[in-house]
Ligand binder design. Structure first.
Ligand code: HEC
Length: 122
């Protein structure tokens, strides 16, 4: 490899590691929320009635989050999120999407068939 190629290579490696680092955000110890852009709006609006730890347990895409929050607006007295709808939905669908959350943290695997209780007699 000549000198120029080495510099390009080093620059590329630095850029890539910088991108990876930017993707990792600390977790707020109080709310348990990932402190990525938009987390403040979620923290101050989504801790008022229940714990925000309900959030990682109900992951979903943007549409699922929109419907969950709309249900709270319609039936549970949640205010309209007005100009925070977009940042809140961006945040939730990015960091609490179906593929982002490891659900095995919350639910155990089913028991193997031979360890399950017998089905009730009909
Ligand atoms: C005005 C009160 C209120 C606020 C504020 C509120 N919620 Fe809820 N939320 C509820 C109630 C009531 C329930 C149902 C009871 C329960 O599961 O504890 C609920 C349930 C949920 C559930 C579980 C839904 C399910 O399918 O089981 C999620 C997820 C959730 N809220 C997320 C949020 C998010 C995100 C925000 C912020 C945008 C928020 N909540 C703000 C009242 C609220």
């Amino acid at each position: 490899m000549d000198k120029a190629a080495k510099w390009i290579f080093a620059g590329l490696a630095l850029t890539l590691s910088g991108m990876a680092a930017a993707k990792e955000y600390p977790v707020d110890p109080k709310s348990g929320l990932i402190m990525a852009p938009g987390w403040e709006q979620v923290n101050y609006q989504c801790n008022a009635c229940h714990t925000s730890s309900i959030i990682p347990q109900n992951p979903g895409n943007r549409k699922v989050w929109r419907e969950t929050i709309q249900w709270m607006v319609d039936t549970q007295g949640l205010w309209d999120l007005s100009d925070t709808w977009d940042p809140v939905l961006d945040y939730l669908s990015t960091y609490y999407g179906e593929n982002e959350v490891d659900m095995s943290k919350f639910r155990r695997m089913p028991l193997p068939a031979d360890q399950q209780p017998p089905l009730p007699q009909s």
